[in-house]
Design a protein around this ligand. Structure first.
Ligand code: NAD
Length: 244
């Protein structure tokens, strides 16, 4: 993957950062996207990535905003010319049972997790060359649903529909489009789960442990590689077997 350019959204920290570090080790130049408020953390991530000997830059943009993504795509075109690998990773949760959920918990989650796929991919597609890769981060919640996550699960199921449809549209250009659906992965998101609830979750996971960020990043690396050139429209579950 030496010399390829990868854009990862929401990559200042968490799973996106891990994906960035893993792809950098493969020789990819990395464009870190995140919101302006994450600038400090994003710049630290960029410095860590550069240690792998690749080019890296932080480009701030709000993926829930079409114009912001348009500006980001123009900036990338000027500085990097093309995006060989696009990872739509940015995501948020605002959990509440539907009975109590308010519009301020519904709409932002739809905007950041789902409308972002249109905003980013629509603007970046023209600089993805033939043979490129689009990898969208879904979740097992989008496959099985999850208590208190009607908003989040709806977006993550939407990510899968988007992935399969775009795979059909861009296949003729040898661009593959796949989704990765993580289960419970050690992260800021899962650190919020109360200890007793986590014990119950571990019982349900055949591998009896929570996943690590590199487990997700390694699946992304495979889908981004030439080894996965004949795989498109798929959802790769990285969940210790919790949903099969
Ligand atoms: P995280 O909160 O650590 O990282 C998400 C990043 O997205 C943050 O840096 C945040 O600033 C950024 N972001 C938020 N809104 C944004 C916006 N409008 N524009 C640009 N960037 C924005 O979360 P994470 O655990 O690393 O999750 C990454 C992805 O993986 C998400 O899509 C999440 O839904 C998915 N996922 C995570 C888990 C898990 O267990 N952690 C499980 C399944 C799916």
């Amino acid at each position: 993957m030496k010399g390829k350019n990868a854009l990862i959204t929401g990559a200042a920290r968490g799973l996106g950062k891990e994906m960035a570090l893993v792809l950098a080790k493969e020789g990819c130049n990395i464009i870190i996207n995140d919101i302006e408020a994450m600038k400090e953390e994003a710049l630290k991530t960029v410095e860590e990535i550069k240690k792998a000997g690749v080019n890296s830059e932080f480009i701030a943009a709000d993926v829930s905003d079409f114009e912001s993504c348009k500006k980001m795509a123009e900036e990338i075109k000027g500085k990097f010319e093309k995006v060989d690998i696009l990872v739509n990773n940015a995501g948020i949760t605002k959990d509440r049972t539907l009975k109590k959920m308010v519009p301020d918990e519904w709409y932002p989650v739809i905007n950041v997790n789902l409308n972002s796929l249109f905003n980013v991919t629509r603007n970046v597609l023209e600089i993805i060359p033939d043979g490129g890769r689009v990898i969208n981060i879904s979740s097992v919640a989008g496959i099985s649903g999850n208590f208190g996550q009607t908003n989040y699960a709806a977006t993550k199921a939407g990510v899968i529909g988007f992935t399969k449809s775009l795979a059909k549209e861009v296949g003729k250009r040898k661009i593959t489009v796949n989704a990765v659906a993580p289960g419970f992965i050690k992260s800021a998101m899962t650190d919020k789960i109360p200890v007793e609830m986590l014990a119950n979750v571990l019982e349900l996971i055949p591998l009896k442990e929570i996943g690590q960020p590199e487990d997700v990043a390694n699946a992304v690396k495979f889908l981004a590689s030439d080894d996965a050139k004949y795989i498109s429209g798929m959802v790769v579950r990285v969940d210790g077997g919790i949903t099969f």
